[in-house]
Ligand binder design. Structure first.
Ligand SMILES: [Zn+2]
Length: 128
């Protein structure tokens, strides 16, 4: 095998790209701009344009369903097992749900972008 035959060298896997917000091209932590789940315009290290990838709201529906089911299950379990006062539920589940949604949205969007990058997917294009 000649050296440098693999052009995926140095690129992060989808999982680590999702967890840490890594650029799928160079692996730098540049995927997200200041706000929590907003992509940066492009990678500050290698210049890859993140704007060209359109992950849309794909992860949002999944997240709402999964996190909703998870939190509801946990809340029911806590109520049955411990029967805490109502404010305990508010204090516990509101920040937990918010955190889970924001973190999950970040990870979900990053995973989709990394998957699109690795498979060279994009908007429909006409060749020529
Ligand atoms: Zn990069």
């Amino acid at each position: 095998m000649p050296e440098g035959s693999s052009n995926t060298e140095g690129q992060p896997g989808i999982v680590s790209a999702a967890l840490f917000g890594l650029c799928p091209e160079c692996g730098a932590r540049t995927l997200f701009a200041g706000s929590v789940a907003q992509f940066a315009e492009r990678c500050r290290v290698c210049g890859l344009e993140f704007r060209g990838f359109n992950v849309g709201d794909g992860p949002a529906a999944f997240l709402t369903l999964i996190i909703g089911a998870l939190i509801t299950g946990l809340a029911l379990w806590l109520e049955v097992a411990v029967h805490p006062p109502f404010w305990v539920h508010v204090l516990l589940w509101v920040p937990l749900t918010t955190g889970a949604v924001v973190w999950g949205l970040r990870a979900g969007k990053a995973a989709l972008l990394a998957a699109e990058f690795q498979r060279n997917a994009g908007e429909g294009r006409v060749k020529e």
